[in-house]
Design a protein around this ligand. Sequence first.
Ligand code: FDA
Length: 394
Amino acid sequence: MIETQDVVIIGAGAAGMMCAIEAGKRGRRVVVIDHARAPGEKIRISGGGRCNFTNIHAGPKNFLSDNPHFCKSALARYRPQDFVSLVERHGIAWHEKTLGQLFCDHSAKDIIRMLLAEMKEVGAMLRLETTISAVERTASGFRVATSAGTVDTASLVVASGGKSIPKMGATGLAYRIAEQFGLPVVETRPALVPFTLDPAQLEKLGGLAGVAADAEVRFGKIAFREAVLVTHRGLSGPAILQISSYWREGAEIVLRLMPDIDIASILKGMRRTGGRQAAQTALADILPRRLAQFFAEEAKLAGRLLADLSDKAIDALSASIQAWTLKPAGTEGYRTAEVTLGGVDTRALDSRTMRATNIPGLYFIGECVDVTGWLGGYNFQWAWASGFAAGQDV
Ligand code: FDA
């Protein structure tokens, strides 16, 4: 027997559950299908287990897309404050960490429980550990063949996420469905991801693993100011993850360590007042000790007294720290990427509803769409906003 529903949503992640809630509120009969054992697995691990569920400053400028205007409508109709109101209605305590990033005080699981409670209230069904074997178009909508039977539906919402962290169930199904129905897909790539360095660079930086510093990281005209962390594989930390979404293979990035400080002036000032300390010791007043040693050695100044350094030598040392140019070998890839850049081409979707313009009843929401947020709660805001938009139309 073939079951019939008003709405089938593939993917019980942030976007799919939000869409189910909104569609359910409108009286639609909704079933959410997911192959995972539990819903919202990425919510659970997000924000170090506390879920950075939105960013109060979220706006179109915080998103990357081949079609930058596309996200405006959905973001304007479901704002960070709307999600905060929902969180507060459920009594979930939250705090602002930094830069407008809102986190749960207690646990990301509170957000999952909240979404499940909302789904239950509107009667939206959840079918876990269920795989999709085929999707086809029918005269009245779509037929979805699953491991738990076949479902006919007028509206099919694809909310199966991107390719990042395959170990957690990411599959790229959304792109295959898009292609099956003739929708273009913007080339996908890992984003918000650490950089790797080549073996020679790694050997040089090996002693710095674990060192973090405040930095402005620049790629072309784009720059982010946050922490940078040297790892055993390369570079990480929020500023690096941010710039990774813009970086292209073979290109260089420029790090300005301690961007608020004019290192050359400080060193020259120290030299004026005696300069009896070694270059690396003087630098260690400004930078973490291991970095100070590294830059002094790189400039072949380790052990040299500050008093003996020329202006030129101090300027060059300072430039090596505040215009530190590095060429990443690559990224850690989808294995550790927080999100997938690219995805279903927004030019084939209606920006108010997320509906495929040429395929009535077919919707794409969340990370599988070519809208990718910065680090800091923006990606969940897109999931909520795009899920909300589709939920009003299915
Ligand atoms: P999501 O990936 O959440 O959900 C897709 C669902 O579809 C999954 O449940 C999956 O099992 C299911 N699925 C996939 N393929 C399927 C198939 N073939 N059949 C059936 N089901 C299938 N963002 C943010 O704003 N703040 C944060 O703090 C973080 N932190 C963070 C940490 C880490 C480690 C990662 C990896 C990511 C983040 N993110 C984040 C990004 C955020 O998690 C991401 O943008 C959203 O989860 C995207 O929501 P979606 O609902 O689109 O996909």
